[in-house]
Write a protein that binds this ligand. Structure first.
Ligand code: NAD
Length: 260
């Protein structure tokens, strides 16, 4: 399906991003991985993916909070693969605290990584996409792009921002063969969510078990976590030809959370 195409997935050394990279590779795309982690583990991930999917896989350690690092990564991806045909803006971080206790450095990092990074990758990917008359940009937003929860002011602000950015860019490139969409998962049990369980327990003064039952899964009528594979499949669909008329969409995949 994506043979000969190059897909860059930010934050793809873990969780949802890794699932998306695996799915796009399985469907034939060459992959640029990005994200943090142990260098040896990342190299074995990179080599394993290349081997199992039979595609080329590169890794770039760009810090998504830094415009200069993003510029280097995009130039390298375009240099190595000739193009970025599919861009998935997935890297994200979270911090849970009341707004009047929210550390300003955490606010800045969340907005930089979850929102501003997508501006930089998008502005650098678009000229090539427009030249080729085809491109796919998928922003991994969140149910928190559509609704709020207490103690997540920076995250909710950044995710609402990415929804607006998605719609704006979709309008700008609607006639250029480029689609831009946001995928809005509910809770997926990745390291990002595992880390916020104790933080939320502290902020709300309840046990960790109560956070899972009464805060996380209580939000989702299915009472189930969304899976990485489900988010990856939706993302891959949006990258395909059948999704050519889906653009500017902010799509929930949240077990019914935002239907309430
Ligand atoms: P995760 O913590 O498992 O993965 C995050 C990835 O981003 C990792 O690869 C990490 O190394 C990378 N990353 C973090 N900071 C970075 C930086 N400065 N530069 C480059 N890479 C960086 O988290 P996840 O749950 O897989 O989250 C992925 C995306 O999905 C995020 O944007 C998150 O907001 C969104 N999301 C997650 C959930 C959920 O329930 N897990 C729900 C909705 C949306």
């Amino acid at each position: 399906m994506f043979e000969g195409k190059a897909a860059l997935v930010t934050g793809s050394t873990s969780g949802i991003g890794l699932g998306i990279a695996r799915e796009l590779a399985r469907l034939g795309a060459n992959i640029v991985l990005n994200g943090f982690g142990d260098a040896r583990e990342i190299e074995s991930l990179r080599a394993g993916l290349a081997e199992s999917a039979g595609v080329a896989v590169a890794y770039d350690d760009a810090d998504m909070s830094r415009a200069d690092a993003i510029e280097r990564m995009m130039a390298r991806a375009i240099g190595e693969f000739g193009a970025v045909d599919i861009l998935v803006n997935n890297a994200g971080v979270q911090h849970v605290a009341p707004v009047d206790e929210f550390p300003p450095a955490k606010w800045d990092a969340i907005v930089a990584i979850n929102l501003t990074a997508a501006f930089h990758t998008t502005r650098l990917a678009l000229p090539g996409m427009k030249r080729r008359g085809r491109g796919r940009i998928v922003n991994i937003a969140s149910a928190h792009a559509l609704v709020a929860s207490p103690y997540k002011s920076a995250y909710v602000a950044a995710k609402h921002g990415i929804a607006g950015f998605t719609r704006t860019v979709a309008l700008e490139v609607a006639q250029a063969g480029v689609t831009v969409n946001a995928v809005c998962p509910g809770y997926v049990l990745t390291p990002l969510v595992q880390k916020q369980i104790p933080e939320t327990a502290r902020a709300r003064g309840i046990s960790e078990e109560a956070v899972v039952r009464d805060v996380l899964l209580a939000a989702q009528p299915t009472r189930k976590f969304v899976t990485v594979e489900e988010v990856a499949a939706l993302t891959a669909f949006l990258c395909g030809d059948a999704a050519a008329s889906i653009t500017g969409a902010v799509l929930p995949i949240d077990g019914g959370w935002t239907a309430q």
